[in-house]
Design a protein around this ligand. Structure first.
Ligand SMILES: [Zn+2]
Length: 261
């Protein structure tokens, strides 16, 4: 398993981060990307990165915090992209569900993140909540064709999927696929081409159904893997191997080195 979107840099893991990592690897985790949501959490993700352990980092400012993106924050993020183990920019995007930052600030920040990813050649991790039209519209005007883009925590139905796949996006599937009310997500996941499918936890958030009420952690991702395999009518082991390979591809990692180890 490869967790393409985790937040072990979250304070909820402060006391037992090493144990969480250890039991995840014992449960079959091959690698993970810790994703930043502001300057501090991004920096911490880079400090936790360890290329030999397949533990990587993404640096960026979440749309909730977009109002805080100053030129200094952008300069700091740009510096961080040069650190070892940084494979992505984000999470960025738009959140019109909670609107914790004004929409124009979110849009400006999103565009700046796209530019940074394009400039550095890193993958872009996108958060989209109730903002599908603007997210895809901005990507189609701003993102160069070669940019690798992940729509993380896919929570819409098949409709948006068609447009996102048309733009070449990878689709990150989190624990919410196991929720009783997520029939449309299961429907959509059926339609994702093999090469575009990624697994993620978004931990400490979104624990799979059987762990609801608990802090989510990478070890629990096997429940998501099973649900994805079931929704697609595929073998669990095959989906596991495929999604690991996809994670290495989307983050531009050396496939040979990773699978030899
Ligand atoms: Zn996240």
């Amino acid at each position: 398993m490869f967790d393409s979107h985790a937040h072990l840099n979250h304070e909820n893991f402060q006391v037992d981060r090493d144990e969480v990592w250890l039991r995840a690897t014992e449960a079959g985790l091959r690698g993970l990307v810790n994703v930043g949501w502001d300057a501090d959490s991004s920096s911490l993700a880079t400090q936790m990165a360890d290329v030999d352990l397949e533990r990587f980092a993404s640096v960026g400012v979440h749309p909730h915090e977009a109002a805080d993106v100053t030129p200094q924050v952008l300069a700091d993020l740009r510096e961080m992209t040069k650190r070892p183990g940084v494979v992505a920019v984000g999470e960025t995007g738009l959140d019109y569900f909670r609107n914790l930052s004004p929409r124009d600030a979110q849009i400006t920040s999103f565009r700046q993140h796209i530019e940074l990813a394009a400039e550095t050649g890193l993958t872009l991790i996108v958060h989209d909540r109730d903002a599908h039209e603007d997210v895809l519209g901005i990507l189609s005007t701003d993102a160069p064709a070669h940019l690798r883009v992940i729509l993380h925590c896919y929570s819409a139905g098949p409709g948006l999927l068609h447009d996102a796949l048309g733009m070449g996006c990878w689709i990150g599937v989190a624990g919410n696929i196991t929720y009783p009310n997520a029939a449309d997500v299961r429907e959509a996941v059926k339609l994702v081409p093999d090469q575009k499918l990624l697994l993620e936890t978004d931990c400490p958030y979104l624990p799979p159904q059987m762990y609801r009420g608990q802090r989510n952690e990478p070890m629990f991702m096997r429940a998501t893997l099973k649900a994805v395999a079931q929704a697609r009518g595929e073998d669990i082991d095959a989906v596991e191997v495929q999604t690991e390979a996809n994670a290495l591809a989307v983050f531009g990692l050396d496939v040979q080195r990773s699978f030899d180890g």
